[in-house]
Design a protein around this ligand. Structure first.
Ligand code: NAP
Length: 285
């Protein structure tokens, strides 16, 4: 039976470390790391994410601000707010909660964020840095997966790693981080032929598809480490992953549950990036 990788516990440990580092940072520099979160409209899921981000900032002692803009916000108004925050000395990280309402251009907004304050690591400048292995900010969800692997003592170097999913926010950067950690990486997607044949070769299998219970035991090599990034809502409202936990847990060596695996790590990595941004700023001023 697999070891369950406890994302809640690991996340809590890292947040304790960030809290201590933040207190130390303030003593040395006389200011707190500051995060600004912008939310436009009333998407209920986004509202929950933003509330959780604010709560997490309070927990570790950051300064934070939430800007709740109405659905009717014009592109020019949103751009102006980003410009203002780019020049705000108290703010080291800017996060625009996605998705934005349809009339707003996400790319335009993300490009406008100063890359030094881009704590989501979505700006092409930071994406490029990730590609060459020179990172200031790591994309939060893949960085969370790496932290789970490291803190569970999973060796990556030389291992066959398979990532299912090639999105810009999870799959692609995930593959890059595993590659930089010296894994031998294969990326699979919806056009991959004989998917199960490839996934069965994985020592480390990371699944980020967005389809409930998609990966079943016959797709997993016995003894593999299985990381489930998926977050899907069942009809009864319960959260479930992309991996069929019941069938895979008995044959994997370690596995993340959903909820309680990768999910709690994402905001923790956002906190880490914000502390890094504040440190970078302190180093410069
Ligand atoms: P996405 O942008 O929809 O990308 C899904 C990827 O899965 C695509 O690359 C797609 O391939 C691939 N895919 C879809 N069906 C497939 C199939 N049958 N076989 C193989 N590959 C298939 O999703 P995402 O943003 O990466 O998110 C993936 C999952 O992670 C979602 O459940 C999301 O909610 C979750 N998530 C969790 C967190 C967290 O904090 N835990 C953060 C972000 C996302 P193509 O490119 O060929 O279409």
């Amino acid at each position: 039976m697999a070891t369950r990788i406890d994302g809640k516990l690991i996340s809590a440990q890292i947040r304790e470390e960030i809290k201590a580092e933040t207190a130390e940072f303030q003593k040395e520099n006389g200011f707190l790391p500051g995060l600004a979160v912008i939310i436009v409209g009333e998407n209920p899921a986004s509202q929950v994410y933003v509330r959780n981000k604010k709560k997490a900032c309070e927990e570790v002692g950051f300064y934070s601000r939430v800007y709740e803009l109405p659905e009717s916000t014009a592109q020019a108004e949103l751009n102006a707010l980003v410009d203002e925050l780019n020049n705000d000395e108290a703010i080291h990280g800017i996060l625009v909660q996605l998705p934005l309402p349809k009339h707003l251009d996400e790319t335009e907004v993300l490009l406008r964020i100063n890359p030094e304050k881009d704590v989501d690591a979505f700006h092409p400048y930071n994406v490029g840095k990730i590609m060459i292995g020179d990172y200031s900010f790591l994309p939060c969800t893949p960085a969370g997966v790496m932290a789970l692997l490291e803190r569970t003592g999973v060796e990556i170097a030389g291992k066959k790693c398979v990532v299912i999913g090639r999105s810009n926010i999870v799959g692609k950067p995930m593959a890059m981080l595993l590659l930089h950690a010296n894994g031998t990486v294969t990326i699979c997607h919806s056009r991959t032929k004989n998917l199960a044949e490839t996934t069965r070769e994985a020592d480390i299998l990371v699944v980020a598809i967005g389809k409930a219970d998609f990966v079943t035991a016959d797709m997993v090599k016995p003894g593999a480490v299985v990381i489930d990034v998926g977050m899907n809502r069942r009809e009864d409202g319960k959260l479930t992953g992309d991996v069929d936990f019941a069938s895979v847990e008995p044959i994997a060596s370690a596995i993340t549950p959903v909820p309680g695996g990768v999910g709690p790590m994402t905001i923790t990595m956002l906190l880490k990036n914000t502390l890094t941004a504040a440190r970078n700023k302190a180093g410069k001023s």
